[in-house]
Each structure stands twice: as structure tokens, then as C-alpha cells.
Design a binder for this molecule. Structure first.
Ligand SMILES: [Zn+2]
Length: 143
């Protein structure tokens, strides 16, 4: 028996997971919208293609799946049950890519909030994080 997936099976599998994974992003979009902010989605000209972009505020929000982006929580700590040789380096690359994207955005004067999937399951907490992040305008743009 082998638990190896063919490349086709693997990408079909990942597409399915990604689809479910968009829900946390929708939650965050609804929060920002309800707070009265206007934003752009998935700006590919910015490092890391941030999920929500607030151009005039020069702020971005990433909504990260805990597993995909290896959050330090029970969801992120879940180990891939099959094919670890495939998943582990891939997840490590995600984390490194995230780190670089945040650094480049920060260097360009963007302020960044990462909302984790597990936080979107607590609506009050997620709302508070978004509200505080978007409302905090007194600090200078560059850190
Ligand atoms: Zn998490």
C-alpha cells in the first residue's frame, strides 16, 4: 500500500482544502465591511498578495489558515497524516514566504495585521482585532 498521491490527485485535493479555507477570509471581509471600511482584495502587485488591502490607510490584512501557515495553535500543530515528506517542506516554505512578504511590506511602509483562522472562530475577538488595527492611525507609517 502506498499513500502517495499522483500530482493530479494532489492538486485536486489541495483545491478542495483551499475552498473550505476561504471561509475565514469571508468572515474578516464582513467585519471590515460592517465597520465601514473600503478595501481591495488580493492585490497581486503587493508582496504576498494580501487578502484585504486598505490603500489610503496603507494597511493590509492577511487571513491565514492555521495549518497552511503553521500557526502556533492546536490547528497549526496538526501534523499531516500522510505524505509528510511532501507536506513538511511545503509548509516550511509557506512560513518563509510569509515572513519575507511581511518584511517587504513593512519596508515599504505598510502596516500589517495577520488574522488567524482560529481567531475568526471567535467573532468578538476578530472584530476587536480588525477594529483596533484599522482605527489605530496615530502611529507613523514607518516602524
Ligand atoms: Zn490558529
Amino acid at each position: 500500500m502506498t499513500d502517495r498521491l499522483s500530482p493530479e490527485e494532489r492538486s485536486a485535493h489541495m483545491r478542495r482544502i483551499r475552498k473550505v479555507d476561504t471561509k475565514p477570509e469571508l468572515i474578516v471581509r464582513r467585519i471590515a465591511h460592517r465597520l465601514g471600511y473600503r478595501f481591495r482584495l488580493h492585490r497581486r502587485d503587493l508582496p504576498g498578495t494580501p487578502d484585504l488591502v486598505f490603500p489610503r490607510l496603507r494597511k493590509v490584512i492577511f487571513v491565514h489558515g492555521c495549518f497552511w501557515h503553521q500557526h502556533d495553535c492546536h490547528l497549526g500543530a496538526k501534523q499531516p497524516s500522510t505524505n509528510a515528506a511532501y507536506w513538511l517542506p511545503k509548509l516550511a516554505r509557506n512560513v518563509e514566504r510569509d515572513r519575507l512578504a511581511r518584511k517587504r511590506l513593512n519596508d515599504d511602509g505598510w502596516r500589517i495585521l495577520v488574522i488567524w483562522e482560529c481567531q475568526t472562530r471567535m467573532p468578538d475577538l476578530a472584530t476587536m482585532l480588525v477594529e483596533e488595527f484599522l482605527g489605530a492611525d496615530s502611529q507613523p507609517t514607518m516602524r
